[in-house]
Write a new protein. Structure first.
Length: 143
């Protein structure tokens, strides 16, 4: 089970608000990396998404484990990071919310891959992509 994941964005607060809207969650500051935020869903499972400013990377740092540093301006900041998030709204509602943010969004038919069909892929700022789909009864079937 994944309890949280981290993505980067040019506008972490805006991306956090977008995810909070999709998840029926709340956005809070994430002080370890200034300018970051975290979205929590009150599901009793600790579900959360951390959103860092674009260019943030973690480096080892002894006892605290890691520190956050920023890549230099002009560095290539596009990322293949993406994830599937089950939400209780239609693909059209997700597309409308992405369009309101000015983000690229499109319906993507994965050809039945893992049981997902007509997923909505949203380029978040464009540093991360969100795959949103209606909850499925099963995603993997035995061979």
């Amino acid at each position: 089970m994944i309890h949280h994941l981290s993505v980067s964005a040019a506008d972490p607060q805006g991306v956090g608000e977008f995810f909070a809207d999709l998840m029926n969650g709340v956005v809070v500051d994430f002080p370890p990396n200034p300018g970051s935020c975290m979205v929590f869903k009150a599901d009793g499972l600790g579900t959360a998404i951390e959103i860092y400013p674009a260019g943030s990377v973690m480096e080892r740092n002894g006892e605290p484990g890691a520190i956050f540093v920023r890549q230099p301006d002009g560095a290539d900041r596009r990322s293949p990071t993406h994830f599937a998030l089950s939400v209780e709204m239609s693909p059209d509602e997700v597309l409308a919310r992405a369009a309101a943010k000015g983000w690229d969004a499109f319906v993507c038919d994965r050809g039945g891959h893992l049981g997902f069909a007509n997923e909505v892929s949203t380029m978040s700022d464009p540093n991360a992509a969100l795959d949103s789909h209606q909850p499925q009864a099963k995603t993997l079937e035995p061979a």
